[in-house]
Ligand binder design. Structure first.
Ligand SMILES: Cc1ncc(COP(=O)(O)O)c(C=O)c1O
Length: 349
């Protein structure tokens, strides 16, 4: 008998290993997280909810789902709760994409689109953001759609370019046979959303996360929205308990503190302007961003820049494997941006 072998789709995959240790105690401008933390109300709710007895029970979402539905302006049967956006992508792919089906992703973009599509054995069709401007390549994307396309996975705004597409309707209209995901992980910083289109397009899926503006990346919770008939299929392909009880409690508490989130968004938007001004002053080429991060051309070798900043206690992310010479910095508070700019200046001089 032959030896145990993983599926060929898994064997073909390149290893993906994002840095996942050694970040404690540093200024974390590498993962586009909230850099100050979740609302204190989230912690209070968790402290109230956690007990030995409560931990013994499988999670229920009877309070969280209606609360989130109200917050997002949809009905409870128009979304699933997910273990972060990552599980939302996985469930969408598992529900709609078969071995050898085509999935269109953009380049560069969030790595998990390729990851879950490859695990599923899909044929990946990659469309590049426009060279130089890094604008959304709408015409190129439309030209890539074929009858075999079953998924189109779009980050809007896009990580790491920061660029966005304002109107996704041409994509939805051109691919009625494909599940079109609009991943709105950074929605609060861009104000651009496809959620109001949900009623009009049977093939539209929108994801949101609690990992970014809400400061809850560790909790792993997100939502995937679509028409109720699609959501019923998604449920069928999803584990019934993938969002744990503390995460469900935390999400409900987080949406109740709108002032906290609004305040953080205001701070980041001001800090983002400050970041542009600082980079401009240092003569560092960068792209205007709709997210809480800025992509720039490193004035020294990207690897060296990341290592030097790390030595000063600041983490940023090398993106030069995707766009030569570039590094991405997360925008946190004005003070944090100033610290980053000061270290960058010291490095250049
Ligand atoms: C576009 C995009 N979507 C999703 C995520 C991660 O989402 P989650 O933590 O909800 O899985 C990220 C994180 O960097 C991202 O950039």
């Amino acid at each position: 008998m032959a030896d145990l072998q993983p599926r060929s789709a898994v064997q073909r995959m390149a290893p993906y290993s994002p840095p996942s240790s050694g970040r404690a105690g540093k200024l974390r401008l590498d993962f586009n997280e909230n850099t100050v933390g979740a609302s204190p109300r989230v912690l209070e709710a968790l402290q109230r909810a956690l007990s030995a007895g409560a931990l013994a029970v499988y999670p229920e979402y009877v309070e969280t789902k209606p609360a989130l539905a109200g917050f997002f302006g949809v009905s409870p049967d128009e979304f699933i709760l997910s273990n972060g956006t990552d599980e939302a992508i996985q469930v969408l792919v598992n529900t709609y994409v078969d071995d050898e089906d085509e999935v269109i992703i953009l380049h560069p973009s969030y790595a998990m689109y390729r990851f879950y599509s490859e695990v599923a054995g899909a044929r990946i069709v990659e469309v590049s953001y426009r060279a130089g401007s890094l604008e959304f390549p709408l015409e190129e994307l439309l030209a890539a759609i074929t009858p075999r396309t079953r998924g189109i996975l779009i980050s809007n705004p896009n990580n790491p370019t920061g660029t966005a597409i304002r109107d996704v309707e041409p994509v939805l209209q051109a691919a009625p046979h494909a599940a079109v995901l609009i991943d709105e992980a950074y929605y609060e910083f861009s104000g651009i959303t496809a959620l109001p289109l949900l009623g009009r397009y049977r093939n539209l899926f929108v994801s949101r996360t609690f990992s970014k503006v809400f400061g809850m990346a560790a909790m792993r919770v997100g939502c995937l929205f679509s028409k109720a008939e699609n959501v019923a299929w998604l449920h069928k392909a999803q584990s019934p308990y993938s969002v744990n009880m503390p995460a469900a409690i935390a999400a409900r508490a987080a949406i109740e503190d709108r002032a906290y989130v609004d305040g953080y968004v205001r701070e980041v938007l001001e800090a983002r302007e400050r970041c542009y001004v600082g980079l401009q002053r240092l003569g560092v080429k960068h792209w205007k961003s709709q997210g809480n991060f800025v992509l720039f051309v490193s004035p020294v070798a990207p690897k060296e820049l990341c290592a030097e900043l790390r030595a000063q206690g600041i983490l940023v992310r090398d993106r030069s494997h995707e766009i030569p010479g570039t590094v991405r910095v997360t925008v946190g508070t004005r003070e944090q941006v100033d610290r980053f700019l000061a270290e960058l200046e010291a490095l250049i001089r």
